[in-house]
Design a protein around this ligand. Structure first.
Ligand SMILES: [Zn+2]
Ligand SMILES: [Zn+2]
Length: 257
């Protein structure tokens, strides 16, 4: 696969420590505008209009467990667990994302993942840090764990977008980052699967790569949670590795009635 300069810069950012990051920022300064619309940004690299859109999404969280958003026009009602979470409670304590995977968030995720715009990990990671700060963790410093890519996918892309996000969260929060999971099986591309296969696909795909001391709480970081199956599979592996609770933070999530 051909790599252009942007991808090489992303791969470098994926590898570099804090001092090298600062140097990369100096020589390849990230764009100054809003991460989402390119408009005049305030602190954190997001403009007031896009902050308002994100704030409106926060009002539309329809499930207190998986964080799925209400369909457009659906009445808000009393917050509770969605039908899927009531039927089969997920192994993670709760999951939250900035908003549904559409519009500004979908565009930002695609740019981060496939557009070589890895600088977006900074503003998006900053927003995820705000989200994670509100998690009801008992530990003062939960451990941040990115959802891993398979070694093959990592070679192909050159960087793990979840890893970049987790590192920016770690920088903002001062929480430790541990690459505590490995992906041992590549699931077929999601879009080729039926809804049922999609739910079943990640089974057995992740294994723990590190052990946790008892009582460790983990914040799992990913770019998108759709069915929650990947997050559930990762959470199970983290609990097997000794984590006492797993919270999930993602840039974008699903809508569910
Ligand atoms: Zn904006
Ligand atoms: Zn739910």
């Amino acid at each position: 696969m051909e790599r252009d300069g942007k991808d090489i810069l992303c791969a470098l950012r994926g590898l570099a420590g804090a001092a090298w990051q600062a140097l990369l920022d100096l020589f390849f300064p990230p764009p100054a505008g809003c991460a989402f619309c390119g408009g005049q940004a305030e602190g954190g690299g997001v403009c007031p209009a896009c902050r308002d859109l994100l704030a409106a999404y926060r009002e539309r969280v329809g499930c207190v467990v998986c964080g799925a958003f209400l369909e457009d026009g659906a009445p808000a009602g009393e917050p509770g667990a969605c039908a899927a979470c009531r039927k089969k409670p997920p192994p993670f304590a709760l999951a939250r994302s900035l908003g549904p995977y559409e519009g500004l968030l979908k565009a930002a995720v695609l740019r981060l993942k496939f557009g070589g715009e890895c600088w977006l990990a900074r503003p998006l990671g900053g927003l995820l840090a705000e989200l994670a700060r509100a998690f009801p963790a008992a530990a003062a410093q939960p451990v941040l764990v990115p959802v891993p890519l398979s070694p093959g996918r990592l070679r192909e892309r050159g960087y793990n977008q979840a890893g970049l996000l987790a590192r920016e969260m770690s920088r903002a929060l001062g929480w430790p980052l541990v690459e505590a999971l490995v992906k041992i099986k590549e699931a077929p591309p999601q879009e080729r699967l039926t809804a049922k296969e999609r739910l079943a696909a990640p089974e057995g795909s992740f294994a723990p790569a590190a052990a946790f001391t008892s009582g460790s709480e983990v914040v799992l970081v990913d770019d998108v949670i759709t069915t929650g199956a990947t997050a559930a599979e990762c959470a199970r592996a983290l609990l097997r590795a000794g984590a006492s609770a797993v919270f999930v933070a993602a840039v974008a999530g699903a809508r569910r009635a």
